[in-house]
Design a protein. Structure first.
Length: 177
């Protein structure tokens, strides 16, 4: 008799378990009336590659070199999530010549990073000034240079820079600085 009773109890528990499993498992024939969950796209995964350490760029105050300097510095330091005081230290360590003179007197303090960055951008990042400098450099190339290959390469370099700055090389009558 105990055996029958145990069997009956097991059958009841099994039915209860099956019922609970059915509640947890969605039925494909039954429409789900609960709100559908929106899945967020998974962010791309990046593989860590051991690249050689890059040295920070150096800027000496030549406005024609500002864009190249800032692109490199921006990627290496400015866009990183580090303290402003560290960014300022890195920035000042990358300056030489007139660029370094322009920021002399600023304390290495977190509040000065944006001030120094804006000062340098305003002083050296003016594309119209760079355009004028490039046109003056282009005009200064002698037409009858003995080293004509070097002169052609120099012209091509200037044209590429001008094209990036204003996209139009038809402004050959730009005013000189």
């Amino acid at each position: 008799m105990d055996r029958k009773r145990s069997r009956h109890t097991l059958t009841i528990h099994r039915k209860e378990i099956d019922s609970e499993i059915q509640k947890l498992t969605p039925n494909p024939n039954q429409q789900d009336t609960s709100p559908t969950e929106i899945t967020k796209p998974t962010p791309p995964t990046y593989t860590n590659v051991n690249l050689p350490q890059l040295s920070l760029p150096v800027f000496n105050g030549d406005p024609r070199q500002w864009r190249e300097f800032w692109s490199s510095f921006n990627a290496a330091v400015h866009s990183q999530t580090i303290l402003e005081i560290q960014k300022l230290s890195y920035l000042i360590s990358c300056l030489k010549g007139s660029a370094l003179q322009a920021v002399r007197g600023f304390d290495i303090a977190p509040e000065n990073y944006e001030v120094v960055r804006k000062l340098l951008t305003e002083k050296y990042g003016d594309s119209s000034m760079v355009t004028k400098l490039l046109y003056n450099e282009l005009k200064s190339i002698k037409r009858n240079e003995k080293e004509w290959i070097e002169a052609v390469e120099k012209r091509e370099r200037i044209f590429r820079q001008l094209e990036v700055l204003d996209g139009n090389l038809e402004h050959s009558s730009k005013e000189s600085v």
